[in-house]
Design a binder for this molecule. Sequence first.
Ligand SMILES: Cc1cc2nc3c(=O)[nH]c(=O)nc-3n(C[C@H](O)[C@H](O)[C@H](O)COP(=O)(O)O)c2cc1C
Length: 169
Amino acid sequence: MAKVGLFYGSTTGKTADAAEQVQAALGGDSVVDLIEIEDASALAEYECLIIACPTWNIGELQDDWAAVFDDLDDVDFSGKTVAYMGTGDQIGYADNFMDAMGQLEEKIASLGGKTVGYWSADGYDHEASMAIRDGNKFCGLALDDDNESDKTESRIKTWTAQIKQEMSL
Ligand SMILES: Cc1cc2nc3c(=O)[nH]c(=O)nc-3n(C[C@H](O)[C@H](O)[C@H](O)COP(=O)(O)O)c2cc1C
């Protein structure tokens, strides 16, 4: 079985922690390579990807993802299965919750990536998000350790069970 590439950017460590938990829940480093995003071309090596990005500076990509965003255009995502996860603050940044996850999904899907891992937005308290698709679903796992750290473990457990099926892991 081909390994999953989990690429993350993280400024204060919350997304890095969540990415480690997702890696562990999917079976550890024999199943998932955990890679800090530095170079977009590394994404091409994987058929199954998990893209992990927090939203910073009111609706912006985290710095490491911002640095490679334009280079994503040079990656052929057709035939790749891609799941997304983000961390954010639904109370402090209610009008921009998970915007970065939405921007990355929009771009990578437009370049041919098949999105899996949609996640119900029921029970969240934000006002607006660029990550909402088809009614009331986020385009990936939405984690909020600023306000709901008690829910992170169970959200990761449920979501990883879902993408195990959707990625046939
Ligand atoms: C200055 C600042 C701006 C932020 N802007 C947003 C935002 O627009 N949307 C959002 O959902 N979260 C926002 N956040 C919350 C962060 O995304 C959240 O703390 C995240 O978990 C940080 O991830 P990291 O530790 O991996 O860098 C912001 C936080 C700070 C301090």
